[in-house]
Design a protein around this ligand. Structure first.
Ligand SMILES: *Cc1c(COP(=O)(O)O)cnc(C)c1O
Length: 389
């Protein structure tokens, strides 16, 4: 087997990017502010409605509902806070276990920990880069004991309450078989759709499949509010509770401060929602440009042996939040040389996140065999994917 032609790969990636990016260098996912951002933010400043009250929060939530098709969207301060509340509303309690893919951003696991619960790491499949429902089912057959509609982990004695499906780089997890597993074992499905605004599974937007789902509007996501997130649900009552819990659990009253539980100050400020409205107005354009860039990468790299660009699974229409180069097995040893060479050519690229079970903080958590995730971690490189490109 010959080595990967690094020069050819770098040349192919470069050929997909605008020439002017060569001199100034190009980030992984830079935001685009070509719409009404300045006008809407100025309106907040002019009227003084910058903080926790104002019309843009409601408008932003309604735009998210219209776009994704979910019944209730609740805007919050960031995607991690959204996950925290989604898990609480899913019924995750202290000492429960929650299935989390080992291949994810650390926020997914952290939100479980905020609930006093324990992440239980599961493997991913190369077809989606997301949670492998078949392998999860096999693992549950081995360790799961269903009692009164709930599953207990035979090895730890703890209840397994929920599963978080994270749609990696915007590509949907294979949800149908996962939902079957969840039903059989009484697990609540929560979608971490932080990366998948604009991505569809079998024609329906991600975030509609779990009991609850979450979005992120961090600066590097497809749509940004500076910092921000949202909780999505098709259950009206859960939607109402999500709003209540993220706004200090205050009982509506003209002047009295009565709070009926320990709530959170997780509400999205109006000034951020103003940006979000302007960004959502451009989402369709962003998605078209991102899909075109993904196609250019795919075309440019087809001829090169030993490497490919990740393509959405057949049941999905993806936002291609981050494009990923996948080194074939056997070429993993060249990953760091390629990263180095891309950097030298002004193209920022990154390996995928460190696997959760390898972080010292999550070293002792329960886990299944993570063979695929361990193998994929060594072979994935994210390349520039912003809508400006
Ligand atoms: C971005 C992201 C989040 C949430 O991030 P915030 O910065 O808190 O908005 C959560 N999970 C995944 C997989 C993400 O990519």
């Amino acid at each position: 087997m010959s080595d990967l032609d690094i020069t050819a790969v770098v040349e192919a990636v470069r050929s997909c990017l605008p020439p002017e990016t060569k001199s100034k260098g190009i980030g992984l996912h830079e935001p685009v502010f070509d719409g009404n951002e300045w006008d809407y933010v100025k309106e907040c400043l002019d009227t003084g409605w910058v903080s926790s009250v104002g019309k843009f929060v409601d408008r932003f939530e309604h735009m998210l509902e219209d776009y994704t098709g979910v019944k209730k969207a609740v805007a919050v301060v960031n995607g991690t806070a959204a996950l925290h509340i989604a898990l609480k509303l899913a019924g995750v309690k202290r000492d429960d276990e929650v299935f989390v893919p080992a291949l994810t951003f650390v926020a997914t696991a952290n939100a479980v920990t905020y609930c006093g619960a324990i992440p239980h790491f599961v493997d991913s499949e190369e077809k989606t880069l997301g949670l492998d429902p078949w392998k999860l089912e096999a693992w549950l057959r081995e360790i799961g004991e269903v009692r009164d509609g709930q599953t207990v982990n035979r090895l730890t004695g703890r209840r397994i309450k929920a599963v978080i499906a994270m749609h990696t780089f915007g590509h949907p997890v294979d949800l149908d078989p996962l939902i079957e597993v969840c039903e059989r074992y009484g697990l609540v499905l929560v979608e971490d759709a932080a990366e998948s605004l604009g991505s569809y599974y079998k024609g329906k937007h991600t975030g509609n499949w779990g009991k609850l789902a979450t979005l992120s509007f961090n600066g590097n996501k497809t749509v940004t509010t500076g910092g921000g997130g949202a909780i999505l649900t098709n259950d009206e009552e859960l939607g109402r509770l999500a709003k209540h819990l993220t706004t200090t659990a205050k009982i509506p009253h003209p002047w009295e401060y009565v709070h009926d539980q320990v709530g959170y100050n997780y509400r999205m400020p109006n000034i951020n929602a103003a940006m979000g409205c302007a960004q959502l107005e451009q989402l369709q354009v962003f998605l078209e440009r991102k899909r075109k860039l993904a196609q250019r990468y795919q075309d440019a790299l087809t001829k090169i042996l030993g490497i490919s660009v990740f393509v959405e699974p057949e049941f999905a229409r993806s936002n291609y939040w981050l494009n990923a180069l996948i080194l074939e097995k056997g070429y993993a040893f060249q990953r760091d040389i390629l990263l180095e060479e891309l950097k030298l050519q002004g193209v920022l690229s990154r390996p995928v996140w460190a696997l959760m079970h390898n972080l010292p903080i999550y070293n002792n958590c329960p886990r299944m065999d993570l063979g695929e995730a361990v193998d994929m971690e060594k072979r994935i490189i994210n390349i520039p994917s912003g809508a400006a490109l």
